[in-house]
Design a protein around this ligand. Structure first.
Ligand SMILES: [Zn+2]
Length: 113
């Protein structure tokens, strides 16, 4: 891969634990299930849960009844929770010769990746 100097705009990855800092689910922590960088949205476990009524589709073997699912929220509404200090934090980047770009907690300075 060519070396570029671009910085990824978002420092949230699938599997991170994040804290919701805005909106109806403010204060809720959950794991990131999906990241949609182009849409600037993330889906977080148990956050922004919606219900929909699923009717039986002809011939389809789908689940019916009330289905709960997590709707995407804007990426700026969440902060990464540091696995070392447990605080919602801003994320910095350091460079490692072997591993490349490593995310670090701005609060405790520990690596997040
Ligand atoms: Zn930390």
């Amino acid at each position: 891969m060519a070396t570029k100097t671009e910085t990824p705009k978002y420092k949230i990855k699938r599997g991170d634990t994040v804290l919701v800092v805005r909106g109806n689910d403010k204060g809720v922590e959950g794991r990131v299930l999906y990241v949609y960088p182009k849409k600037e949205r993330v889906v977080v476990e148990r956050v922004n849960v919606r219900k929909k009524h699923q009717r039986r589709a002809p011939g389809a073997n789908t689940q019916t009844g009330i289905i709960q699912f997590e709707a995407p929220i804007h990426i700026s509404n969440v902060m990464v929770v540091c696995p070392s200090c447990g605080e919602a934090t801003r994320v910095g980047i350091r460079r490692d010769e072997e591993l490349g770009r490593i995310r670090v907690c701005k609060k405790c300075g520990e690596d997040i990746d």
